[in-house]
Ligand binder design. Structure first.
Ligand code: CP
Ligand code: NVA
Length: 306
């Protein structure tokens, strides 16, 4: 059976912890000048239907860093743009490459590709999940705080793809998660229900950002309008105005709190320039960690015996 990575539910707690440990080890090895060629002769295809800076470059540099190669395809330049069925795309790509990294709109797209692909399909962001990002964010928390299980993590803003993946992460890693979202912008209820049934600590959704950040050791924020929601931008600016991470909100959290932002950031909206710059070291470590985590994921899925 080909193993895919479409959401954090696809891996057990032990497997996810193993990926975090391995990514931290790979980061240290890169610092020490240790190189690997574990994926020499392997090729991944990146199929992206939405823009990307970090995820694309970090997957590409991860693959090159492991001795492999990549083919980047903007979906609009493929026959998908002329309605070639996903099931055909999946079977054709499987004959050419050893793995597919896909960024798209519907989760059903990555699911359909995975159903027909005979090589691993990796979710590089859908409207529903951003699992690779949240896994590298957890690596950043472990790097900063030593461990994650004992912490309260806060999410402030939209109950979007990132929020959904954080919810699944809470169930798998066993930390407390408090999300503050405006009415009508809550995370996916099915994902929330499943995660709560598996979780050992509370996963709460509240309205008040102050309540979410109280006692939190990590505060996560993300854009108010995700890719594909550009037309809602003005309305969202109004709805989310009380959800900005600024000095006043930050002051309600412990002094030891860290701020995470998966980037790109809209300064003056979900986060002030002051708060982002005050935490720039950890936020850009967070961006760097995507590459180390992608190496760990690629090693595991493309070379499980290694
Ligand atoms: N954080 C993240 O996924 O960034 P990109 O959209 O630049 O890939
Ligand atoms: N929620 C954002 C994340 C960007 C990395 C989006 O989907 O656009």
């Amino acid at each position: 059976m080909t193993k895919h990575f479409l959401s954090l539910q696809d891996f057990t707690s032990t497997e996810l912890t193993g990926l975090v440990d391995r990514a931290l080890e790979l980061k240290q090895q890169r610092r020490d000048g240790v190189t690997h060629n574990r994926l020499a002769g392997r090729i991944i295809g990146l199929v992206f239907e939405k823009p990307s800076t970090r995820t694309r470059v970090s997957f590409e540099s991860a693959m090159y860093g492991l001795g492999g190669q990549v083919i980047f395809l903007s979906a609009r330049d493929t026959q998908l743009a002329r309605s070639e069925p996903l099931k055909d795309m999946a079977r054709v790509m499987s004959r050419y490459v050893d793995g597919m990294v896909v960024r798209t709109f519907g989760q059903d797209v990555v699911e359909e590709l995975a159903r027909f692909a005979t090589v691993p399909v990796i979710n590089a962001l859908t409207d529903l999940h951003h699992p690779c990002q949240v896994l590298s964010d957890i690596m950043t928390v472990v790097e900063q705080k030593g461990a994650i299980e004992q912490l309260k993590i806060a999410w402030v803003g939209d109950g979007n793809n990132m929020a959904n993946s954080w919810i699944q992460a809470a169930a798998r890693f066993g930390f407390e998660l408090a999300l503050a979202c405006p009415e009508g912008y809550e995370p996916n209820q099915e994902i929330l229900g499943t995660a709560r049934s598996q979780a050992s600590k509370p996963i709460t959704v509240v309205r008040d950002p102050a309540q979410a950040v109280q006692d939190a050791e990590v505060i996560n924020v993300d854009v108010w309008a995700s890719m594909g929601q550009e037309e809602e931008q003005q309305e969202r600016l109004r709805t989310f105005s009380a959800y900005q991470l600024n000095d006043a909100l930050l002051a309600l959290a412990p002094k030891t709190v860290i701020v995470l932002h998966c980037l790109p950031a809209h300064r003056g909206e979900e986060i002030t320039n002051e708060v982002l710059e005050a935490y720039h070291e950890v936020i850009f470590d967070q961006a760097e960690n995507k590459m180390h985590m992608h190496k760990a994921i690629l090693e595991t899925l493309l070379n499980p015996q290694a």
